[in-house]
Write a protein that binds this ligand. Structure first.
Ligand code: ZN
Length: 346
């Protein structure tokens, strides 16, 4: 093949590849739980309107949401830092943007040194960038005693071990600020979950409880204890707060978001109960066994019964909440599934 032919083939290949990459016709149909992803409800306008703006350089949003209290998010994770007059207190260090935190804090709190790093809980997706603060002299790393115990076992080199621990309730005073810690029965983690309250600012930190503007994440924030998850929302509402940091997506929460989440959970309870009440186990088994003919496999029949319940509950929840919360059709089946299993067993 002469050089000209080679060049023509090469040019043609480059053109073809670029057409394949840029052409919308090349987009593959992707299914999620048997449904085309394009058939899911888009993020609601009312949710989008609450999105913060991001710095094009850092790709982060940083704002002083209360006097001396800064909210940080990349649109997926959230954290905060507080100037106390006697040092900056940092709340969580998510790995997705934790590397940028020291310079961000320096920019917004240039007159104070970082004195405390607080872990909301022990999950690495929220504290996995802690090592960026490891060279700070006399840094107090604060966490629940059970979080220290599990971090010791996990030996994650990116996470500094806490040197100040607490159990149940604890108040930390730094400069003009008092920071109140309250350990709560496991609504999310398997070791310890903590609510962190800044009374002066009426600000609450309750990580992995809800996502403002959205339906709760997978199976109620992957709770190990559904009763604990249901009660955490009431515990939160008993606090005197107006802003709440919940750890995920880009929106800083308000009291109304927790009230809405509480109403959502109650509605799932109701829809699950209705699904159980309106579905006859015997009838479902008869229908499935008739279809199975000789193979009377009870696993198949029971699984079919559970899926029937989940479908009924989930359809009801989507109908009730599709205009109020984003992502409800993405997660409602997980919420219903979890609630149904709870109700069938209690
Ligand atoms: Zn977590």
């Amino acid at each position: 093949m002469n050089t000209l032919n080679r060049l023509i083939i090469l040019a043609f290949s480059v053109l073809l590849i670029s057409i394949m990459i840029t052409s919308p016709a090349a987009a593959k149909e992707i299914k999620l739980k048997g449904k085309n992803v394009t058939d899911y409800i888009p993020v609601l306008k009312k949710t989008k309107q609450r999105f913060p703006s991001f710095d094009p350089q850092t790709k982060l949003h940083v704002s002083e949401v209360k006097k001396n209290l800064f909210f940080v998010t990349d649109g997926v994770y959230q954290s905060a830092f507080l100037k106390t007059g006697k040092g900056v207190v940092v709340f969580d260090a998510p790995p997705v943007y934790g590397g940028k935190l020291p310079s961000i804090i320096k920019r917004y709190a240039s007159d104070e040194k970082i004195s405390h790093l607080i872990y909301s809980h022990g999950h690495k997706d929220h504290i996995g960038a802690a090592k960026v603060f490891k060279n700070i002299k006399n840094l107090k790393v604060v966490a629940h005693k059970k979080v220290l115990d599990s971090l010791k076992k996990r030996k994650n080199p990116d996470i500094i071990l806490p040197n100040t621990t607490f159990e149940d309730e604890f108040t930390l005073t730094v400069g003009r600020e008092s920071i109140q810690f309250r350990s709560i029965k496991n609504f999310h983690s398997t070791d310890a979950d903590t609510l962190i309250y800044l009374p002066r600012n009426k600000f609450l930190i309750a990580i992995d409880t809800i996502s403002p503007g959205y339906a709760p994440f997978k199976e109620f924030e992957v709770t190990p204890d559904l009763e604990a998850y249901i009660s955490i929302l009431d515990i939160i509402l008993a606090y005197d707060f107006d802003r709440i940091l919940t750890g995920h997506l880009g929106i800083l929460g308000e009291r109304a978001d927790i009230e809405q989440a509480s109403a959502y959970v109650q509605d799932v309870e109701k829809a699950a109960a209705q699904a159980i009440e309106s579905t006859s186990l015997e009838k479902v088994f008869d229908v499935v066994y008739a279809a199975l003919k000789e193979n009377k496999n009870s696993d198949i029949a029971y699984r079919y019964y559970l899926e029937t319940l989940t479908d009924k509950c989930s359809k009801q929840i989507v109908a009730n909440w599709k205009d109020s919360l984003s992502g409800v059709d993405v997660w409602s089946d997980g919420h219903c599934d979890r609630m149904l299993m709870y109700q069938l067993m209690h």
